[in-house]
Ligand binder design. Structure first.
Ligand code: FDA
Length: 504
């Protein structure tokens, strides 16, 4: 830590005046435990010994440039946090000494309605972006994730999908430029980084290539009025049959219509499973009811179930707030209620038979804590974009994505082991019903069970065990680009893109 600070002070004589917000917090600071905890969205590693030598909150890009150069010079790793939502804590854990860069002060957002674009600095959250867009326009939006406290930096680096996915695709599909700091501390834009690197960072693990300072995105248009509904059915009310039927229509529905399903137990001693059909329609309710009567009459959608609102209110609704809650709630970066959790993901290409669903319910009912599946509809715009357009390859041929999620209260190793074991059993049970060769997974739902790099160097073939699952045929191109762009593998973590020529 001392040599890092000495180096920073030497190089950092070029620091700008904005540095007054920059903090360097070491482990003896009273702020250290508090700041570290606030950055972690998953408290599973509270007692981990893997703690940063220093937490740095740069206010200016020159400070990040210096941090990269100094980390290289003294031989420590870097971990970058934008929103801290990494499922496996890869933004704040490292097995060897490391410096943590928290981008909380690098988060300005500039909306340009004239060309329907925006520059967003990486430390901004989705909530901050959605809020800013809504203040500038009632008919613009951005197709990204549902949880407002997710950071732009990590989210776009892995894809990013939410309620607009069927109409507009992923967040990463809408990036038109970026600013990236490379291993030599140089700030590059799309032109200077070249089309290969620009391709790689949009969904292919930007963290393997450098530190993203900002993304330039293309906004999309939404109507002034949208409609939401949530219909809940227990198993006794026919939840299984409805979910079974949903699988046949969800990807073929009009692309203005997004219906996802959350199927969950109610914690310990659950008696039934609740299936929630949670929907956004880009239009008014009369049109929605007409489409639902034609495409999914079994759900029995009625006018009283439909709530008309603006797009930004729908963002609030999906974030769990009420229609009339102030939209400023979207600006809250700190998640106050945090429980340890484990998640995994799958892609489904053929509808799961009712017997298969019944087996899932049995497993959910056996688990004595909150456990759920979120099924996100695909089709629409996703089908029109080729698998190699950006590194995110899960396009045509997928009916939906499943995220498995289990959360528990007591943060002990015993509890973690118990629930993770249960999660692995559920994943095992799902094998016949999900994609094969590879059994695909979504990179933003990071899962180290799929495989993990060794600390120093992992060969391409070793890393392929997890890499092909996330990136399919794009994994090799990612490794080729990585090898050229960061040949010493400075930017690395447990699931970073490997070098092509590294030996096992
Ligand atoms: P975090 O800061 O932890 O970063 C994640 C990874 O990106 C780390 O490896 C980090 O080092 C790296 N990174 C961060 N900033 C970087 C930068 N500027 N340059 C280079 N590398 C950087 N996903 C989705 O698609 N749709 C959804 O609706 C949701 N919803 C959701 C809800 C909740 C509660 C959680 C916890 C997660 C999601 N996600 C999601 C998953 C989310 O997209 C994923 O965890 C992102 O990586 C989170 O990005 P953050 O910046 O918040 O994480």
């Amino acid at each position: 830590e001392k040599s890092f600070m000495q180096c920073i002070l030497t190089i950092g004589s070029s620091f700008s005046e904005s540095s007054e917000n920059t903090l360097f917090i070491n482990s003896s600071s009273i702020l250290y435990p508090q700041v570290l905890e606030s950055l972690k969205q998953n408290p599973r590693w509270v007692n981990s010994s893997s703690k940063p030598l220093l937490i740095m909150t740069p206010s200016h890009e020159s400070e990040i440039q210096s941090a990269i150069l100094c980390s290289k010079e003294i031989g420590v790793q870097i971990r970058v946090v934008s929103g801290g939502h990494d499922y496996e804590g890869l933004s704040y854990l490292c097995k060897t000494p490391f410096i943590m860069i928290d981008l909380i002060n690098i988060r300005s957002i500039e909306i340009n309605l004239a060309d329907e674009s925006a520059w967003i600095q990486a430390g901004a959250t989705l909530g901050e972006l959605y809020y800013k867009i809504s203040k500038a326009s009632k008919v613009h939006a951005f197709p990204a994730g549902i949880c407002p406290s997710v950071g732009i930096g990590g989210h776009i680096s892995g894809g990013g999908f939410g309620t607009l996915v069927r109409k507009h695709g992923l967040a990463a599909d809408h990036v038109v430029d970026a600013h990236l700091i490379d291993v030599n501390g140089k700030i590059l834009d799309r032109k200077s980084m070249g089309e290969d690197v620009f391709w790689a960072i949009r969904g292919g693990s930007a963290t393997s290539f450098g530190i993203v300072l900002a993304w330039k995105i293309r906004l999309v248009r939404v109507p002034p009025t949208v409609t939401v509904f949530t219909i809940q059915k227990t198993l006794e009310q026919g939840g299984t049959k409805l979910l079974h039927r949903w699988q046949y229509i969800e990807d073929k529905l009009h692309e203005d219509l997004f219906i996802r399903i959350i199927a969950k137990n109610s914690g310990a001693n659950s008696k039934t499973i609740l299936t929630m059909f949670n929907s956004l329609f880009l239009g008014e309710k009369d049109n929605l009811i007409r489409i639902m009567n034609e495409s999914f009459p079994e759900l029995g959608l009625q006018e009283k179930d439909c709530i008309e609102m603006s797009w930004i209110q729908s963002v609030s609704y999906f974030a769990g707030f009420n229609k009339d809650d102030p939209i400023e709630l979207l600006l809250n970066r700190i998640v106050t209620f945090k429980s340890p959790f484990k998640a995994k993901s799958d892609y489904v290409k053929e509808p799961i038979p009712e017997t298969g669903l019944e087996g899932i319910w049995k497993m959910l009912l056996k688990e004595d804590t909150l456990a759920l599946l979120i099924m996100e509809p695909y089709g629409g715009r996703l089908n029109e974009i080729s698998e190699s357009e950006i590194p995110f390859p899960h396009r045509k041929g997928n009916l939906f994505n499943i995220q498995y999620f289990v959360q528990w209260e007591v943060n002990s190793i015993e509890e973690s082991n118990k629930h993770i074991k249960w999660m692995r059993m559920l994943y095992g049970y799902m094998t016949p019903y999900v994609s094969k060769s590879p059994r695909a997974a979504y990179y933003n739902y990071r899962d180290l069970d799929l495989g993990s790099n060794k600390h120093d160097n992992t060969s391409y073939s070793e890393a392929s065990v997890w890499g092909i699952k996330y990136f399919k045929g794009n994994f090799k191109r990612l490794a080729q680009i990585k090898t050229k762009f960061d040949p010493q593998n400075f930017f690395r973590n447990e699931q970073s893109i490997p070098l092509l020529n590294s030996l096992p």
